[in-house]
Design a protein around this ligand. Structure first.
Ligand SMILES: [Zn+2]
Length: 292
């Protein structure tokens, strides 16, 4: 009996016995391993196909299970070949089935006959494949495909001209590497000069406003355009919110237009509008233009 529980008898010595199984003189797999010294292990084996028993000539269906003696009998490259020895359940005969790694199947080796149920194309209205030469390399499906008329036509009419075209283009583009190099280097130099000039201008602004470590955004035409558009809309809204008389008075007293934003630097009491205020006024009075 295997040691199913964890009862350790008083005379159990781990140094001598090692494990409970060895203390009781049993294999961990129990009775299934009673022939383990011959390399045989008893396993549950299910018939992979229909057979006829060689002793009693009875038909035994696929899926019947036996306690089979499993044994390694060889290798196919590194894959072991196992044999399963089963006792017929209808008589006292034995039959043996082996694995066949080369063909990934099972074969009956003794004591029974396998029912031949392999697919037969001729029997089922198809054509037999006469390709039984073991020395012939297996057919390459892609190579076969390349030999078809459509593939040949495509190669001749589409692929070959395209490759030639690409080759021509490549040759044309790489014909004069010196000129290409000169062009590229000129462009790089120009870019470098522009960058240097930009940096110099930024440096001047930084110096002027003491922004030594600040990061200044570069001039952006789009942003400037948007700011102008916003200012124009604000002025327009302000103007339209007034009625006609108010508007006239408002325009007449152009100095009071945007007094907070424009007239701050002028001394109080001065009546002449600043050039900025004049231009704003002119813009506001001008016929409506669509700013794009
Ligand atoms: Zn039998």
């Amino acid at each position: 009996m295997q040691g199913f529980n964890k009862y350790y008898p008083p005379d159990f010595d781990p140094n001598t016995h090692g494990s409970l199984n060895s203390y009781q003189g049993k294999h961990a797999l129990g009775n299934r391993a009673h022939k383990i010294d011959q390399g045989i292990l008893v396993v549950r084996f299910e018939l992979p196909f229909n057979i006829w028993c060689g002793t009693c000539e009875n038909h035994i269906g696929m899926g019947v299970r036996y306690n089979a003696e499993k044994k390694k009998i060889g290798s196919y490259y590194s894959t072991p070949i196992f044999s399963f020895r089963c006792k017929c359940h209808l008589c006292d005969g034995y039959f043996e089935i082996e694995t066949d790694p080369k063909n990934t199947r099972y074969v009956v080796t003794s004591g029974a006959r396998q029912k031949d149920e392999d697919w037969d194309p001729e029997e089922n209205g198809g054509y037999a494949i006469h390709d039984n030469d073991p020395n012939k390399p297996p057919a390459d499906p892609l190579a076969t495909l390349e030999k078809t008329t459509a593939a040949q036509k495509d190669l001749k009419e589409v692929k070959a001209p395209r490759i030639e075209e690409l080759q021509g283009l490549s040759e044309k583009l790489n014909a004069d590497p010196y000129t290409l190099s000169v062009k590229a280097r000129n462009r790089f130099r120009q870019q470098k000069r522009q960058d240097a000039e930009k940096q110099r201008k930024l440096g001047v602004i930084k110096q002027k406003y003491g922004l030594a470590d600040s990061l200044l955004l570069e001039e952006d035409d789009e942003q400037a355009r948007r700011a102008a558009q916003d200012a124009w809309r604000r002025g327009r809204a302000e103007l339209t919110s007034l009625n006609r008389t108010q508007r006239k008075a408002h325009i007449r007293s152009s100095t009071s237009l945007f007094p907070s934003s424009i007239g701050t630097s002028r001394p109080s009491g001065a009546t002449a509008p600043s050039p900025a205020a004049t231009s704003l006024r002119a813009r506001l009075l001008a016929p409506r233009k669509v700013i794009k």
